[in-house]
Design a protein around this ligand. Structure first.
Ligand SMILES: Nc1ncnc2c1ncn2[C@@H]1O[C@H](COP(=O)(O)OP(=O)(O)OP(=O)(O)O)[C@@H](O)[C@H]1O
Ligand SMILES: [Mg+2]
Length: 234
């Protein structure tokens, strides 16, 4: 297992990682260890943020180098990594698999005792403002409700690492704030990596990474990294 500099939070470690997609070099020789509880990933369109996020749960394999999450290699220990890492997509429609919120949440708990699963689904519905919509067609939920459901369906499985790729982009200010709050609240039990263009959300994280053209151009204290991003856009 990789070591951690923070009690209870094991790092994510990338060692000389390069990624090629369709023969194109997209990430270049990235080495980084992430020990903070909440990590913002920022940068321009096409800079490599989503590619980086997808490396963390093995959705994308490195062309060279290694990615380890809690000591597990994302290629060789793919099943363990999938259990450890919950991934939240930008578009909840890509993530909601079942006809109703209750069924979608229950899907994340398949294999658990029925009574326990039912109680946890009920609790998740209530705490996420979906109690009145438990049996409604998921397609009838609002965008904010769908994103709440998509996130709740990831959280209910209690992943040790949560990776969210622009989870607030499609939401209005109020729902973006709710999703941001809910994500950051997970730091008590999980490491949270959030790719975002919402620099207020990035500023609330413990640390930030700035991507530029497939490389990490700055990392560390969010205010400083955000400032570097703003200056690079000036
Ligand atoms: N399947 C693919 N084949 C070829 N190139 C790809 C593929 N997916 C992504 N890319 C390229 O990789 C680069 C990084 O893309 P990525 O989606 O990681 O960027 P991003 O920082 O998430 O951008 P955005 O802010 O627009 O979501 C881009 O130049 C993109 O065109
Ligand atoms: Mg992206």
């Amino acid at each position: 297992m990789a070591s951690s500099s923070q009690v209870g939070v094991a790092p994510i470690a990338l060692d000389r990682v390069s990624v090629q997609l369709d023969g194109r070099s997209v990430l270049h020789d990235i080495s980084v260890e992430l020990t903070a509880s909440t990590i913002a990933v920022i940068g321009a369109n096409g800079s490599g943020k989503s590619t980086f996020a997808r490396l963390l749960n093995g959705l994308i394999a490195p062309h060279s180098g290694a990615v380890r999450v809690h000591g597990y290699d994302t290629v060789h220990d793919r099943a363990a990594v999938r259990r450890l890492v919950g991934f939240v997509f930008t578009n909840p429609d890509a993530q909601i698999l079942m006809p109703t919120p209750a069924e979608d949440l229950a899907l994340s708990l398949r294999g658990r005792p029925k009574a326990e699963a039912a109680a946890r689904v009920r609790e998740a519905l209530d705490t996420n403002g979906l109690g009145a919509h438990a049996g409604a067609a998921a397609s009838t939920l609002s965008g904010g409700q769908k994103q709440m459901l998509a996130l709740a369906s990831v959280l209910i499985a209690q992943p040790r690492v949560i990776v969210a790729d622009e989870p607030t982009t499609l939401l209005d200010l109020r729902n973006a704030r709710r999703i941001g709050d809910l994500l950051l609240a997970q730091q008590a039990q999980a490491q949270v990596v959030v790719v975002t263009h919402d620099l207020d959300l990035a500023a609330r994280c413990d640390t930030a990474l700035l991507f530029d053209d497939g490389r990490i151009a700055a990392s560390g204290e969010p205010a400083r990294v955000i400032d570097a991003y703003r200056r690079s856009c000036a």
